[in-house]
Design a protein around this ligand. Structure first.
Ligand code: UD1
Length: 362
């Protein structure tokens, strides 16, 4: 019998941590052949290549080299180039992860070519369609055949949208697989008196008044402790463009690699962020997390984790930070199936369904 041919797609920074354990587990199955496609949505060394090296992801078999652009341009360019790859290689299954433009672009191309699609991290909803990722999530889920979810609430969201229950698989959080795996490499350290900040959402950094407000809240916190700020290139550009002043205790740095960032935040007092992944990672680690957004698609980090939503409101950000500094800390509860074995469960489900995947569309 021939091997099952799978194309695994990555494109932007948060995809790499999700793809690494899936690559590793699928790679152990002799009857499966994996082809890794990088869309090139992220291309700077510290936004892409560095993660391949440290997370042990093999070199992509294909890099579409798409780069930056407007949403329509980027999505369309990925679709054009990815279609050629699928036509040439005729895989049985395309796996997409997360909610970036590469996710929806590649899922859409595969679905139209009648190639089955698996979506890892399906069913997350912020219920805020002004967020580009929310559109990507809803559309990708609507056309996927295997929907792998990280929490039960995601299953409910999908069922509410009419997705048949037999397509939905609660497998746990694949990001936590990477976290568990990489944690073994970390040297023991001592807790430090500092916070860690990441900030890159268009809703927070593209509007001058909003970004100015957030920074004024952060500047007040910086009166009490140092804030390390590994900054996304987009945010650096915006701070310069709007000529905003950061307190001298806010230490702006280049984007960090996975392990470097982990080492930094795991010993911090708390994390300030608008990233999706960090809300989950901080919750898993029991580190207080303030999310500078009004909503989150990862509600489980609020109900079961350490996450508190502050929105971009400077007063609220400062108040919540002050609570943490004065020792009022939210404790985490158990997060079901966030255990380091999610990629194994995904691989098992794909292997069990091999016969169906071979026959699809033929
Ligand atoms: C993308 C994802 C977002 C994710 C984030 C993580 C979408 C819609 N958004 O947002 O969900 O949280 O990645 O980083 O897919 N840039 C560089 N170098 C790079 C990449 C980007 O300088 O390697 C700059 C460019 O100016 C670019 C801008 O960042 O225009 C935005 O990049 P883009 O990929 O469009 O979106 P992100 O904001 O990174």
């Amino acid at each position: 019998m021939r091997k099952l041919k799978i194309v695994l797609v990555v494109g932007a920074r948060p995809n790499f941590m999700k793809a690494a354990p899936i690559c590793r587990e699928l790679g152990k199955v002799k009857s499966i052949e994996v082809m890794l496609v990088h869309t090139g949505q992220h291309y700077d060394h510290e936004m892409s290549e560095t993660f391949f090296q440290e997370l042990g992801i093999p070199e992509p078999d294909v890099n579409l080299g798409v780069g930056s652009g407007s949403h329509a341009f980027q999505t369309a360019e990925i679709m054009k180039r990815f279609e050629a790859v699928l036509l040439k290689n005729a895989p049985d299954l395309v796996i997409v992860v997360g909610d970036v433009n590469s996710t929806i672009a590649c899922a859409l191309v595969a679905a139209k070519l009648r190639i089955k699609v698996a979506h890892v991290e399906a069913g997350l909803r912020s219920f805020d369609r002004s967020m580009p990722e929310e559109i990507n999530r809803i559309l990708t889920d609507a056309i996927s055949d295997y929907l792998f979810t990280s929490c039960i609430e995601a299953n409910h969201n999908l069922k509410r949208e009419g997705i048949p229950a037999n397509k939905i698989f609660f497998v746990g959080n694949v990001m936590i697989d990477t976290l568990c795996y990489e944690l073994r490499k970390i040297k023991k350290g001592n807790p430090g008196d500092y916070a860690v900040l990441t900030l890159h959402r268009p809703s927070n950094v593209d509007d001058k008044i909003t970004l100015q407000g957030i920074i004024s809240g952060l500047n007040k916190i910086a009166e009490y402790l140092t804030i390390y700020f590994p900054a996304h290139p987009r945010t650096v550009k915006q701070i310069k463009k709007f000529r905003l002043e950061l307190h001298e205790n806010i230490k702006i740095m280049k984007p960090l690699g996975y392990v470097e960032l982990l080492e930094l935040y795991m010993y911090s007092r708390f994390v300030l962020t608008d990233s999706g992944g960090l809300q989950e990672e901080a919750s898993y680690m029991g580190i207080p997390c303030l999310t500078l957004r009004n909503n989150t698609e990862r509600r489980i980090t609020v109900t079961h984790g350490t996450n508190i939503l502050t929105g971009p409101d400077p007063e609220r950000i400062f108040e919540e930070a002050r609570n943490i500094i004065s020792g009022r800390i939210k404790r985490k509860k158990k997060l079901a199936l966030w255990d380091g074995f999610t990629a194994k469960r995904i691989t098992r489900i794909i292997s069990k369904n091999k016969a169906n995947l071979f026959n699809y569309g033929k």
